[in-house]
Design a protein around this ligand. Structure first.
Ligand code: COA
Length: 324
């Protein structure tokens, strides 16, 4: 027997304000045609001045808890992934903890950019497998609009805001890929690529929050390769054939990266959940937002096998294999 982290609730939140590509063309020298052709993005959601990451994360968490039939008090752990925290410290997770009325256990953040949800999932799953916690909330949330330079057309058209999360509960499994829950998660990083996608600021360097800066071509070059390779690795490690995967639910950076990943891996686009057109790149929030959309649309169903690859600043990358 093996302890598994089964997903018993999924929640998401997108801020009300929607910005179209034409809206972006009023701010920088760009066009709907350029953005759609190069990225597949059509619209993105932006948080207003008063909406912080913890506010959005709490809304998503409340939905996931309701979905699971639980309250904040039932949680032993919150792991929250973000690169756009409420404050430099404390962790955004503790604001969510307080807002949910959770008085026990622990709550902390992880910073792994677009791979953040996978890192957070791995931490929570590890603690569940070790028997340290029974019920955990794993959140990916970003208010990237607050760290975006709206004078830089190379980056400002690419990102959006949102939150997504899952509630995990410990359950006995047989230790085979037929089990429901998180079957495995692999995470990697290579810090030598940090300058290719980073913030221009930080408390211990220049006392600033900074803006997103990116070497788009370098990121693009690595994204599909890393996501396809780590996907194949996790399948091989778990003795699962690609044909057994029902859905690829990848980090949503760019439709061309999704297509290139699917092609390299050998999975048809019909089996790929894509939300990049509607959400743009929401970094740590993108995978759980795609999961939530997939469930809402009726595509993702109980018992199906999902493969979740991601790649982001660091560079960080990874993949999770989950049976819903
Ligand atoms: N509108 C119009 N033109 C733009 C533009 C925009 N929003 N952004 C950049 N351009 C211009 C560039 O300035 C460049 O012009 P130049 O040739 O006169 O210098 C031209 O478009 C081509 O730029 P290039 O970088 O070659 O485009 P690309 O085909 O590589 O696409 C990205 C650019 C950013 C879409 C692409 O590199 C990409 O998707 N990278 C990955 C980004 C990403 O997903 N990051 C997060 C990963 S977690």
């Amino acid at each position: 027997m093996t302890l598994r982290s089964r997903i018993i609730g999924i929640g998401s939140f997108l801020p009300e304000h929607i910005s179209t590509n034409d809206d972006m063309a009023k701010i920088v020298d760009t066009s709907d045609e350029w953005i759609v052709e190069r990225t597949g993005i059509r619209v993105r959601h932006f948080a207003d001045e008063n909406m912080s990451s913890s506010v959005m994360a709490t809304k998503a968490a409340q939905q996931a808890l309701a979905n699971a039939g639980l309250t904040g008090d039932d949680l032993d752990l919150i792991v929250l992934a973000t690169v756009s925290p409420d404050k430099t410290f404390p962790a955004t997770a503790v604001y969510v903890q307080a807002a949910l009325g959770m008085k026990r256990g622990c709550a902390f953040d992880v910073v792994a950019a677009c791979s953040g949800f996978l890192y957070a999932l791995r931490m929570a799953d590890n603690m569940i497998r070790l028997g340290q916690v029974k019920t955990a909330l794993v959140v990916g949330v970003e208010t990237l609009s607050k760290i975006t330079d709206f004078k830089d057309r190379n980056t400002c058209v690419l990102f959006g805001d949102g939150a997504g999360c899952v509630v995990l509960r410990a359950e006995e499994g047989k230790g085979t890929p037929a089990d429901r829950g998180v079957l495995d998660t692999l995470i990697y990083s290579d810090g030598s690529y940090a300058p290719d996608l980073c913030s221009t600021g930080g408390p211990s360097t220049n006392h600033e929050v900074g803006y997103i800066t990116m070497n788009g071509r370098e990121v693009f070059r690595h994204a599909a390769v890393n996501m396809a390779e780590v996907s194949q690795e996790i399948l091989d490690k778990n003795g699962v054939a690609l044909a057994d995967v029902d859905w690829l639910v990848p980090h949503q950076a760019n439709i061309r990266i999704l297509e290139a990943t699917a092609k390299r891996l050998g999975i048809p686009m019909e089996k790929v959940i894509s939300t990049v057109d509607l959400h743009a790149n929401t970094s740590a929030a993108s995978i759980p937002l795609a999961l939530a959309e997939g469930v809402k649309s009726g595509k993702l169903k109980e018992g199906q096998l999902l493969l979740l690859p991601g790649m982001g600043a660091g560079f960080t990358w990874g993949a999770s294999l989950i049976r819903l």
